[in-house]
Design a protein around this ligand. Sequence first.
Ligand code: SF4
Length: 336
Amino acid sequence: MEQPLLEISGLRTGFDTYDGKVRAVDGVDLTVHAGKTLCVVGESGCGKSVTARSILRLVDAPGRIEGGKVVWHGDDEPFDVLSLDHDDRRLQRLRGGEIGMIFQEPSASLLQLRTIGAQLIETIRIHTGLDKKAARARAIALLDQVGIPDPERRVDAYPFQLSGGMCQRAMIAIALCANPSLLIADEPTTALDVTTQARILDLIRDLQAEHSMAVMFITHDLGVVAELADEVAVMYLGRVVERAGVEELFADPKHPYTKQLLASVPVLGRDRGRDLPTIPGIVPNPLHRPRGCSFHPRCAEAIAGRCDVDDPPEVVFDDGRTAECVLYDENEGVRA
Ligand code: SF4
């Protein structure tokens, strides 16, 4: 049986703005299993990144985590990350220690006026207690491991002296420096060209196999999902609307949003010369959430008088996958 490493339930994170409260994450349930890859997918603005930052309590004001649980199962007794005091040692150990995080924009996340080595060595020393010399040797070994050529020299380079791909590799090295059990990668290849993107994905996959790490990979790219995921969570407007194993999801999507997302992906050879279907409209402003199912204004299967009135139930299917939609019988997971 698969062991849960991280269990998120009922997570709610909001932002107070002059126009009202934005419920960026609105009751998210997710589980990451040890050694497996969970891909969290959805359009921009659906709450993927805020969910990831909430796990490590890295949400800046005016954002606020308002409820739910984030239970970490690590080696010791499981504990709820959201219940810890800010100075609790378990929270410090978790950030950058047991959970490594790669952010979307390496150039914004690395300190531009400190060398890559200084940033790596500091993190290594905090989490491993190595002395300066040993930490520098480990920093060089890590840069080598993530494929940075000439690591003995590059360790003393500043981020602005490296390419985008190399900065992203340096970020991965920092995230890996304490051998984390979970790597959270928040759209780590979005800003990179396709060749570098493919190399970074290969690297993450190789490192995962080598370290038996779990990976939570956040992306809007279904091609990446197909390549990396064991499990997939599809998010829409702050909620997980479908969860399934990757093969089941691609073979038989249940939620109309997932179906429409998959239909908009080009298939080599098949879609030549024809327009791809698109999902009509845009993700609504979370300040003005549609009543009922928040996807109903864009849904091809919406039922008037029902989808625009009632919140859809979460339906659990026989194989454990879930979908939030009125099209299925709530008790048995069969199409209603
Ligand atoms: Fe579409 Fe209704 Fe299902 Fe929402 S609940 S996804 S509007 S069919």
